[in-house]
Design a protein around this ligand. Sequence first.
Ligand code: GLU
Length: 413
Amino acid sequence: MGGNNSYEMAVRQLTEACSLLELERGICEVLKQPQRVIEVSVPLRLDNGEIRVFTGYRVQHNNARGPFKGGIRYHPELTLSEVKALAMWMTWKCAVVGIPFGGAKGGVAVNVKELSQAELERLTRTYTSRIMDFIGPERDIPAPDVYTNARVMAWIMDTYSAHVGYPVPAVVTGKPVEIGGAPGREAATGRGVATVARAAAERLGLSCRCAAVQGFGNVGYHSAKLLHEAGYRILAVSDSKGGIFCESGLKPEAVLEHKLKHGSVMGFPGAKEITNEELLSLEVDILVPAALERVITRRNADDVNAKMVVEGANGPVTPSADRILEERGVVVVPDILANAGGVTGSYFEWVQNRNGFYWSEERFNTELERVMSRSFEEVFSRAEREEISLRLAAYLLAVERVAKVRELRGIYE
Ligand code: GLU
């Protein structure tokens, strides 16, 4: 198994953890497979009257520790194997930070840039109706992911509520604040990234002052903004069209304003244009890949010149690259820890929806930073104690927690 796709990569990471934990083989087999795979066809009538059919997925990996939880991704190259990997990573992520959810992921293979707002709404509602029987506040709770946002979550919430006959805010997280979204959720993944990046720099005794961020969506933008606020110079950022570099540092808010106006970070005044590949090889203290999977592979891992890689995205570093980075002394703060602020924030939102009692943004941020710092410390001390990488330590903690619950609950045949 060479890790040629994301699911193989996820299985390889799991297998390594299972063998170190000396888990019963059968339990490892159970954890390798998603509990349920849903594939649906999503027909859409375009504004011009034509009908197009898209493929949608929802993969429910494991719900031993609580309801399935995970985002919905709209991406033209989305595949079932990718969704299966992302669903499995959600299971470990929730376990690492100790929130009572299992793991799932879903999405539609579609290029949202080719759709109007009205088409996007119809597509979202049809997709929701197709997975309707499998989601719910106690069952499976979707959230935003690549190319989906609060607005899409509002349509999912509305479609689900229309079907059951009353408003159900807790069926999805990452909603607009006006309909039960939590103030703070939008920035939560980035806040988590910044929190663990700072904690790691401190614990490892690295003096970190500058960073580069790949991806300028929700995760990339908020990571850059919060690192900038913490005093870091943001040397470079990028999006799918390319990157920008500025030796004296970029102001993330100004770059966002430019991106909203021109559709890309490219062309930002005063910055030099670079490629995504160049961004990954910049000499920086902290590199945050916050776009898609498998961008640092055995082919370019030797070019990484950062002291630390903090995985804002899911699965940006392949297992072969992991090994190369480790040999070269580049610390990797793994995705299942580094970007868990998002789902932790989702948990807070879900708790508030179910209680009908709403927190202030300040409370949200304080609780989030507490969970992220505590989780980092747990992973870090395990890594130190067992002399293993942060990724392996995070996996051991996560898989152990899920396996323990499986053992307590038993196997129902
Ligand atoms: N899509 C995000 C992730 O990959 C958030 C998931 C959630 O909040 O459920 O972690």
